[in-house]
Design a protein around this ligand. Structure first.
Ligand code: SAM
Length: 270
């Protein structure tokens, strides 16, 4: 049974905290439709490394929406994230399914894995949370150190186009039973000199009797094509070998240019 989302209530009940502190809501919005991402990840595992991919790592794994589904497909998975609520949610889901908890609280710009992995991935802009060039560089070095030779890193982010229009926002809806969530992300301001783009993100949470809202500001570091190229080139252990967009179609690589926005870089460990 589904519940219709009522028209906009001008005074929803506001919930405290950040979106990432509500992993169950986050997971409903972003975990509802992972099929295209998962197929794409697996197709890249097949196509871009000679290794048989069995061990995978996700820096900034959040609720583990992708790790969980990969574990169910037989991969040995692990991840880290700065947010303890997301990690608790992630590990609890694995334990409920009789799987070992795969995730720890940790910084994606400062980690070391005990055993190297065949592949790593970081989709939907999490990388852009790293707010300095030094942190972004450290992140890529940590990933490079974590990959076995020939292993791959799939890095998804929005670039800032230097020609043409840029995307200003997106809205998604998701439902489970009587719960409906409308998630909205809108770019508020972009400072290309400081390289910060601020977004307002809201989750409107509807049940038959209540309308609640979580609202917050997300700040992402900006990358033009030249800036991401320079950053990747500064990490000798990784080589940028192919690019896609967020249509996640492995049969359609893209040429990244000054108008590109959503990109998935395929980086390979030398
Ligand atoms: C957009 S969510 C994506 C989560 C997950 N990768 C997914 O695809 O659903 C971004 C995540 O990055 C995490 N994060 C932000 N900065 C981080 C850092 N320095 N190290 C690890 N995680 C970080 C946040 O806590 C949040 O869970």
């Amino acid at each position: 049974m589904t519940t219709a989302i009522p028209p906009e209530d001008p005074r929803p009940e506001m919930l405290d905290g950040h979106l990432y502190d509500y992993p169950a809501y986050y997971d409903l919005v972003f975990g509802s439709d992972c099929a295209a991402e998962l197929s794409f990840l697996e197709a890249c595992f097949e196509r871009f490394t000679d290794r048989v991919v069995s061990r995978v790592f996700e820096p900034a794994c959040g609720t583990g929406r992708l790790l969980y589904r990969l574990a169910r497909r037989g991969y040995s998975v692990s991840g880290n994230d700065l947010n303890p609520s997301a990690i608790e949610y992630c590990n609890a889901r694995f334990q409920r399914a009789g799987l070992p908890p795969p995730a720890i609280v940790g910084d994606m710009a400062d980690f070391r894995l005990k055993r190297k992995v065949d592949a790593a991935f970081n989709t939907i802009n999490s990388f852009r949370h790293l707010d300095t060039e030094a942190a972004a560089g450290r992140h890529l070095c940590c990933v490079g150190d974590s990959l076995a030779r020939g292993g791959i890193y799939l890095l998804g982010l929005h670039l800032t186009p230097t020609h043409g229009l840029r995307d200003m926002g997106e809205t998604w809806t998701a439902r489970r039973g009587h719960l409906g969530i409308v998630s909205d992300l809108q770019s508020l301001a972009i400072d290309l000199r400081r390289r910060v783009e601020s977004f307002r993100m809201t989750f409107d949470i509807y049940t038959p009797t209540r309308h609640r809202r979580i609202a917050g500001i997300i700040k992402y570091r900006t990358y033009t094509l030249a800036q991401i190229r320079r950053l990747v080139a500064s990490v000798p252990s990784l080589e940028w070998i192919e690019s896609f967009d967020f249509s996640y179609d492995v049969s359609r690589p893209v040429v990244v240019d000054e108008q590109s926005e959503d990109v998935v870089l395929v980086l390979r460990k030398r």
